[in-house]
Design a protein. Structure first.
Length: 331
């Protein structure tokens, strides 16, 4: 991949009087994405949320692309992209800020959680390997323990044991049950002692491929319907292999939600889970009133939905979507 770094002038070989301006090209810098999740929301604690946003914008070499906040879940999700060094630094600084402004002993929300900084994934984006992201997660885990005394689990591709690949397994027990869990022989933290930080809890850190946070809201206040649908579609219950799902109640709106993490959108595309949720909702006498994507998503995941619903014949997104050609011209 390339970026344009400057302009040079030359002469048209067929018309020496005509000058042509073109852009020099140099190898594209390495880029890593991180999507840290914090146990606070602007709706419940605006000061804490603002402190995290300020920290996210304070580290040179990375950019805060998106900041999502949800009062029902009492959780916020940031999306940052930058150089590996900058991303590793901002992840540490955000964890430090979260430990100062979030008290897990007072935290309540619909979403399961075990720490002030609940999870820090590193996602390779450009000229970076998964292995490099794994090494980033290990360095960060060690630094967080050394400087902040917050223990951590390594998960997904960084996992040191098979059962730790799944974030839900690591998080099981949540903040309140974690002190007892850490005393079990198989659940010693990868970094730190067998005890949580008293107010910041414990963090999961890992390398993974792109994940899409995808939710469907139902026209019912019966959260049991959302839970039944979630059980039917999630991979661990025999549903779609690359779908993780839970049923929640959105108290401020009085409606139930099927909340999903799509860990491989090509293996299990969004339209497939949406259609199944729609069908199951109708079976239970309700319907999907809307869906939402939390944070950023790969363009192809949405293009796949357009291709499916338009019944596009022999569609080739690389050749038929204009923006792909524009990107190639820029590079």
């Amino acid at each position: 991949m390339f970026i344009n770094t400057g302009r040079r002038l030359c002469y048209d070989r067929y018309n020496p009087k005509k000058r042509i301006e073109y852009q020099e090209e140099t190898p594209m810098a390495k880029l890593v994405e991180t999507i840290p999740n914090f146990s606070c929301s602007r709706e419940k604690d605006e000061a804490a949320y603002n402190a995290l946003v300020k920290t996210a914008n304070s580290v040179p070499g990375c950019t805060l692309f998106d900041a999502q906040t949800d009062g029902n879940h009492n959780r916020c999700v940031f999306t940052l992209i930058g150089s590996p060094e900058a991303i590793e630094e901002v992840a540490f600084q955000l964890t430090k800020t979260a430990s100062e402004v979030i008290d897990m002993t007072k935290h309540h929300g619909e979403h399961k959680r075990m720490g002030a900084t609940d999870v820090i994934p590193f996602v390779p984006q450009m000229d970076v390997t998964v292995q490099e992201c794994i090494e980033m997660s290990r360095r960060l885990g060690q630094r967080i323990w050394d400087e902040l005394k917050i223990p951590s689990f390594l998960y997904e591709d960084s996992a040191t044991r098979p059962e730790r690949r799944n974030l839900a397994t690591c998080r099981k027990g949540e903040f309140e049950g974690m002190p007892e869990k850490l005393l079990q022989p198989e659940w010693a933290p990868d970094f730190g002692e067998r005890k949580i930080h008293p107010t910041a809890g414990i963090t999961a850190i890992g390398a993974r491929m792109p994940l899409i946070a995808f939710n469907c809201n139902l026209a019912t206040s019966d959260v049991e319907i959302a839970k039944k649908i979630a059980k039917a579609i999630r991979g661990s219950s025999g549903g779609f292999r690359s779908c993780k799902a839970m049923g929640f109640m959105l108290e401020d709106r009085g409606i139930a939600q099927v909340s999903m993490n799509m860990v491989n959108y090509e293996d299990t595309p969004l339209f497939l889970t949406y259609e199944m949720i729609k069908s199951l909702a109708e079976r239970y006498g309700t319907r999907v009133i809307e869906s939402e994507i939390v944070g950023l998503t790969p363009a192809k995941a949405l293009i796949d939905c357009a291709e499916y619903y338009l019944k596009a014949k022999d569609f080739d997104c690389k050749n038929q979507v204009m923006e792909y050609h524009l990107i190639d011209m820029n590079h």
